[in-house]
Structures are given as structure tokens and as C-alpha cells.
Write a protein that binds this ligand. Sequence first.
Ligand SMILES: [Zn+2]
Length: 468
Amino acid sequence: MIKIYNTLTRKKEEFKSIEKGKVRMYVCGPTVYNYIHIGNGRSAVAFDTIRRYFEYRGYIVNYVSNFTDVDDKIIRRSHELGVSAKEVADRYITAFEEDTKALNIKPASHHPRVVDYMSDIIDFVQSLIDKDYAYVIDGDVYYRTRKFKNYGHLSDQSIDELEIGASQRTGKEQERKEDPLDFALWKNAKKDEISWPSPWGKGRPGWHIECSVMSTKLLGETLDIHGGGQDLEFPHHENEIAQSEAKTGHPFVNYWMHNGYVTIGNEDEKMSKSLGNFVTVHDIVKERDPQVVRFFLSTTQYRRPLRYSQKNLDEAASNLQHLRNTYGNAQFRLKDAEHQLADDKSRIREIGRLKESFTSVMDDDFNVANGITVVYDLAKWLNRYGTKKQVSRTVLTSALNQFTDWLEIFGVNFENNLLDEEVDQMIGERNVARKNKDFARSDEIRDLLKGQGIILEDTPQGTRWKRQ
Ligand SMILES: [Zn+2]
């Protein structure tokens, strides 16, 4: 039984899906005007890990994550670069796909873009106007926040507290609204801005409406899970609830999940572009093994803050190396393991117990930190039995399958993992080629190894190698 900490109720609750065996999940995606920063990467990894765990537990997950491709920041960026807003969005969607592929994040079942949902957005806004939840002023459409009774529930704030906060904001826009709390559903087009025709004149949608429209369109009026970064809780998710529930009259989301912040170095500052302390995934995966970055991001429980530092990445690298070696060595022993042994039954029981504890800690709000500890326990088991001829091939195979299934949840796979012995063998072959002055072959072997993350160093004492 999976338990989820639901931001809406501030409690861990037993997960019950709307449809048996299926999960309808929506996660807010990036605004595509730049490379994603490590905070976006963390959110994408956290929810990918959660999705993979649901799949491990036998669920079919319909996973939707949007691209915000119409936005002030994109328009600003398009003016800076002198290209169209569409070109900016296309460029950074491609970059997003490359970066998330490097981190072994599975593509969503759907990646909707705002530009493809314009008529649905217009219909949605119109129905809010028809229900008196929205009003038009000179081509702008605003949501009448006070009319929605549950406003503030998700972020646990009263409407009056929010009113005080909102009334401190000043400016033209604030003055024309009926109430400072009201937010824009549709914005009248300014000069030189990308726009679409609508019943209220040319304009474009506000940010919040796209998620209400695309999630309900693709997943139905009620979702099982809606996720996103903690910073989206208010106002973005609060507004999504107000829009969706006012329109459909049904609960919008059963379980709200929010991932914690990424902090950098020693300061507990939230990562953001405005603070100027952001690190892009694009840059990180050029410098570090992307599998290490993925492993680092997926082994902290999603709600906890995550500290990004070289030291923590180094630690993740050595832990991952240990798991890689364990896998490689156990696989090597498979070849000459006995088919069956007398104590197979007790070994199988040991693996069964580890499996039970893995499921029980992961079921508890996806506690990956405890989950990975059980993976290390299995690694210990593999190193104890797998390295000697104390375990049969049948049992070792089942333990290795267990090991790779678990690591798959953390986005790690060892498909191209060369064993130490295989590396040594290839180096031996390369030495022969060099002796015979067959440098083409020798270079080829060096490149082959490099492709597998193995770096060679030729010294007077012979060739040394290390993993990247
Ligand atoms: Zn959203």
C-alpha cells in the first residue's frame, strides 16, 4: 500500500487510484526560454523516480508534463535574440529533451504545448465567464478569486491574509481589477507581442490557465496526482484548483505532491535565476557523468531539500561506482556458478526479505533514501555470496534481476557496463596491437573504451585505467 504526503491535507494518505491499476499524473513543466536549471532537473527526476516506482508496483502511469511556450519571459528572450517566440520555445524544448535524456528521465506520455491548446483555453475561459467566475475589462479577463470558497486551502492561507498581501502590490493592473486578489486568465495583446484572436480581442493566455486546461483535457476532470516544485504551491497551484473546480464542479486533484528546493554550496538559498546562483543541467552533464548526476538527484527523498555541491556529487559517484563494481563482479561469477545448491532456499528467503523491506520503505511516501539503503544491503549480499562459489546460478540471477530492477527506479542502468576483467582483456589486446605497430587497432580500442567511460593512461610501467 503506497502512502503519499498530500500537501492539501498535510498528512500521509493511503493512495487509492481513480481507475484500478492506473495513475493519472500531471507535473508542471518548464517555461522554455533557457536551459533548465538544476532545480527543474531535480523536480523532473523526482517525479520520474516516483513514476518508475508506480510502474515497478504494477501501475500503468499516464504521465503528462507541459511546456510553457507562451510567456513574458519567452517574449522578452525572443526580442533579445531577434527571433520569433516559437523559435525560442522550439530551441529550448530540444535542449530540454537532450538534457532530460542525459539524466535518463523517461519522456512523458504527453508533453502538451500551450500553442496547441489555444481554442480549448479560450473555451475554458469563456465557461468561467459564463459561470460568473470571471470578468472582462478592455480585452483582459480576470478570475474572481473571492467567489471561489476554497481559495487558499492548498497553501494553508486565509483569504483575508492573502488580501492584505495582494493589496500591497500596486500598479496599473492592480487598479483596474475588481479585487487585488483576482488574477489574469487572458491578457490583451500589447504591441509587437505574439497573440491569438479571442472573443475578447487579440491576446494570449495567463500562465495558470494552461495547466488547468491541458491536464483536464488529457487526464479527465479529476487527476490522481498533481506534482511540481514547492514554489508552485502558491499562487500557481492554488489558481489551478480555483479555475478547474469552478468550471467542472468536481475535485481537481486527489493528491498534491511538491518537491523540495535545491540549495547550492553552503547557503540555504533557493536556486533561482533571479538570485544569479543557478547551474544548468546542460553544463553539469558536460562536466560530470550524467548517470552520477541522476543518481545524486534521485537518492534524496523528493520533499527534502537537496544540497548541490561537488562534494555530494563525488559521494554519489563513489556510491554508484561501488554498485557498478558489485554488478560487474556478480555478473562475472555467473558464468561458472553451479546450477543449483543445497542452501538455495535460505538464500532465496534472504532476497525475499530484502524485497519486502524495499517495498515497505518505498511505499512510505517514496522514501528513496531508505530504499537505496536496501539496495546497498543487496549489494553487500551480492558481494558476500556472488564473489565466491557459494551461490547457485539460479539464485544469483534472481538477485541480479532484483538489483537491476531497483536501480532502474533510480534511473540507473548498467547496460554498457564493462567488467574490470573485460577492460583488462581489451587493454591486453591493445598492448599486442601496439607491439605489432598496429596503431589503428590500438587507437580503436582506446576509443571503444572511452565510449564506455574508461580512460587509459600509458605509463612506463604499463597502461593504467580508470572509470570516468
Ligand atoms: Zn502548472
